[in-house]
Write a protein that binds this ligand. Structure first.
Ligand SMILES: [Zn+2]
Length: 240
């Protein structure tokens, strides 16, 4: 058995406390990383949405231009028919041209209606884009501020983490080597990472089993390393 004093036990308890503080700080750091990526995703999703509206506006503009060209083609055809009409020989030919011209004029009216609809749509889209771009600018500013604030929090946590690591090293330097090895080994084997178990009124507080009376008596002397016969943690007497 490793020779041990109550002071050595107290150092082990401190080491364990430092380790759990470090886990807590690491949890904060992980949460910060998750929050930053969540904020970035929100911003990107909104920016994509604005981009989609812009694409819709471009598509409507292209459609409008297309209709304009169709009107020009239509007008050219009407002019040609009017010219032809002056030189036709038969009534049948004349009527056929009249009918063709009517169809072209009907089509022109349809296209003009479509163009009006396009203009309405372009106006609505332009308004939507302007509103969303304004909102996007606000969100971008808010996200930048949020990210800065969580990163400041992270930087505090990072310093704390480094500080705890240094504290652990300093503390560990004062612990008997074999005892420290045992502590590290037991810690790896326990599911909750707690290598130490206080014993109160002859009960292991980690697994709640009764410690044999002989072992309990020895524990109260703080002079040897004892493992719980049930959960295999390092036991120490808690007389509080
Ligand atoms: Zn136990």
């Amino acid at each position: 058995m490793t020779a041990i004093t109550q002071a050595q036990f107290e150092m082990l308890i401190s080491l364990q406390n430092i380790e759990f503080d470090k886990i807590e700080v690491q949890r904060t750091l992980n949460a910060v990383a998750a929050r930053v990526s969540e904020l970035e995703n929100e911003l990107n999703a909104f920016a994509e949405d604005v981009e989609k509206e812009k694409q819709a506006l471009q598509a409507t503009k292209a459609l409008y231009n297309d209709y304009e060209e169709q009107i020009q083609t239509n007008d050219t055809l009407i002019t040609k028919i009017e010219a032809k009409r002056r030189s036709v020989k038969t009534e049948r030919e004349y009527q056929s041209l009249i009918k063709e011209e009517e169809q072209l004029r009907t089509r022109k009216t349809q296209i003009e209606d479509e163009m009006i609809a396009c203009m309405d749509q372009m106006e609505t889209l332009a308004e939507t884009i302007a509103a969303k771009e304004k909102e996007l600018a606000q969100i971008r500013e808010q996200v930048a501020a949020d990210i800065q604030s969580v990163q400041e929090e992270a930087s505090t946590s990072e310093s704390r983490h480094a500080e705890l690591s240094r504290e652990w090293e300093q503390m560990a330097a004062g612990v008997d080597g074999r005892l420290l090895d045992k502590f590290v080994k037991v810690k790896k084997q326990t599911p909750d990472g707690r290598a130490l178990a206080p014993v109160k009124n002859a009960i292991c507080m980690a697994c709640h089993m009764n410690i044999p009376p002989q072992m309990y008596n020895e524990l109260q002397r703080f002079d040897s390393l004892k493992l719980c016969p049930f959960c295999f943690r390092i036991l120490y007497w808690d007389n509080s």
